[in-house]
Write a protein that binds this ligand. Structure first.
Ligand SMILES: Nc1ncnc2c1ncn2[C@@H]1O[C@H](COP(=O)(O)OP(=O)(O)O)[C@@H](O)[C@H]1O
Ligand SMILES: [Mg+2]
Length: 239
């Protein structure tokens, strides 16, 4: 079966610097893959190549078996992307944001469907008619996830999705991502948070200076061991 996401010997040069160097991985349907790495490791750049915003200088990125450069529209239609800072509008409320961004994506949804999505992410009813500038980071993330749900994309790309969230909001967010994956969505998340990666991911790839230097998989129904990954992360960072 074709993997929803695949990087094949992906290399990337940005302004003369090698940012990714021969990175290969696949993410299977319904799988949560976390790319873990320190600042500047190339995590965000990896997501941007899957979206076609950065062009590989070597290798390939494929979405549902389609090379990103060959059909950017189909590729972007398949992906919901949560950047580090949400791109939603602070001066609009949740309904207005969702209407607007769904329209941009060539979709529409009635109030009932929008409320159902906001229920699913547990955004409080009273907040929905408030401008997003009054929201906590967690509430903005929920709204962004609701948009992804309404777009019904098979693939979700998340850039540091839990940074700045409090521990309860992080747990809620992880539960939501796991539920989406159980529903068949494919998730590629990038993060510098060892604990979060191990808590949510089926597989963790360790990225250091643009190279994939380690891989850890959840086995026998157990989560990936945080200590093991932390040790590898720390070792690699100082090596
Ligand atoms: N807009 C940019 N132009 C040129 N180089 C960039 C840009 N953004 C990031 N980089 C470089 O790419 C490398 C990887 O960055 P990035 O993918 O943002 O890493 P991460 O998300 O893991 O922190 C860094 O060395 C950074 O300096
Ligand atoms: Mg980043």
């Amino acid at each position: 079966m074709t993997a929803p996401l695949e990087a094949r010997e992906l290399s990337l040069i940005r302004e003369g610097n090698t940012v990714l160097d021969g990175v290969s991985f696949t993410v299977a349907a319904g799988e949560i893959f976390a790319l873990l790495g320190g600042n500047g490791a190339g995590k965000s750049s990896t997501l941007l190549t899957f979206l076609g915003f950065l062009e590989p200088s070597g290798g390939q990125v494929l979405v549902n078996g389609i090379s990103v450069d060959s059909d950017i529209t189909t590729v972007r239609d398949a992906i919901a992307y949560l950047p580090e800072a949400t791109s939603l509008y602070g001066h609009l409320n949740a309904y207005e944001n969702l209407d607007y961004f769904l329209d941009l994506a060539g979709k529409s949804a009635g109030r009932v469907a929008i409320d159902a999505a906001l229920d699913r992410v547990a955004l409080p009813q009273e907040a929905r008619t408030r401008r997003l500038q009054s929201y906590s980071k967690g509430m903005r993330q929920k709204t962004a996830i609701a948009l992804a749900l309404l777009r019904e994309t098979p693939i979700l790309l998340l850039d540091e999705p839990t940074s700045g969230l409090d521990p309860v909001a992080i747990d809620e967010f992880h539960d939501l991502v796991k539920a989406l994956a159980e529903g068949g969505q494919t998730v590629l998340m990038v993060t510098h948070d060892v604990y979060g990666a191990c808590q949510v991911a089926d597989r963790v790839g360790l990225l250091r200076h643009g190279k994939l230097v380690g891989s850890f998989a959840a086995e026998n129904g157990k989560r990936i061991d945080t200590e093991t990954v932390h040790a590898a992360f720390a070792e690699r960072e100082t090596a």
